[in-house]
Design a protein around this ligand. Sequence first.
Ligand SMILES: Cc1ncc(COP(=O)(O)O)c(C=O)c1O
Length: 397
Amino acid sequence: MSNPAGEAQLARWRADTPGTAHRNHLNNAGAALMPGVVLDTMTAHLQLEAEIGGYEAADAKQSEVAQAYGDVAALINAQPHNVALVANATAGFIQALSAFDFEPGDVIVTTRCDYTSYQITYLALAKRLGVVIRHAEDLPEGGVDPESVRTLASDPRCRLVHVSWVPTNSGLVQDAEGVGAVCEELGVPYLVDACQVVGQFPIDVSRLRCDYLSATARKFLRGPRGMGFLYASDRALARGDHPLFVDMRGARWTSQHEYTIAEGARRFEDWEFPYALVLGLGAAARYAAEQGIHATGRRAFALANRLREGLLSMDGVRVLDRGSEPCAIVTAAFAGRDATQLVALMAKRGINVVSSLRWYGLLDFGEKQVDSALRLSPHYYNTEAEVDAALEALGSS
Ligand SMILES: Cc1ncc(COP(=O)(O)O)c(C=O)c1O
């Protein structure tokens, strides 16, 4: 970074982030370093719970909890009643998926780069319920082809389209808006996995035209672990969608044989609620909005490109990220090297990175003929010097 205002801003971000003093953290796609304000918000609430009781502390913080819904909604251009707070992105995905009463022969259309756990869930649905899973084809430059989605989702048995906007195992950004336009035209429900997107670049659910969107707090949003959210559109709510295993937060028991589902997306939540994490998520959403997700995202992308350029200049290294504009997740394969060993070598130097194994992205890595890849994911609070230190460490390992 060369301009003084930029330097001052970076120094502020780092002062706000205690972890930057200890680690070169290039694992923001795993879990980012939390800003101090997120940590303080959560510890203050835990303290209050210890002092006055858990239920009583929740009552005392009702308006702050309501504020957290508002802050999360603002992040994605939604309303608070469209937001369900859940344990993680997968929990949100499962809750949304369980709203569909799949029957044998029903079709789910997905992509070749959808998240590992979701691919496993689809297989379980196929095995247990006879659901048919179809993977749309990729564009030549990488990422799902919305026209292939159109072909597959035109099947009258298609009940749902799901897209991981940014996959776990590469810097690819899929055309989630293009797929949304197709789904709206066909009238097929659309679920977006925005787990690696939230906090990395802006989200607008009205542009995605999705029925649902699931995300997590701990990654580029810089919130706590064990927290996530599910957006449920007014369209989905009006349909009466609700989870298969709805509990007493999501519904009221109104007579011996009846229940009434809760208004709004709350019907997708659990009764037991981690209030400290909820408040931490709210603080993270506010902090991200204050820094400006568009601007911070540009910086994270630029740091990732610096990493890619450095990696490309190394012998025996293959950068694996496809798509027209890769994001802040960088993946690379090192000829004859197991990425897990490289992770350990980097850890010895205080540099946090992770490996991605073939089965994490079986279809994608299969095509790329990759057994293991190193994943480096910078964020805006990282420095150019940290990126260069990682490159230097890899070059000399
Ligand atoms: C692309 C993608 N989708 C979904 C998930 C699941 O998120 P969670 O672990 O919060 O359930 C992950 C987690 O790494 C991910 O990378």
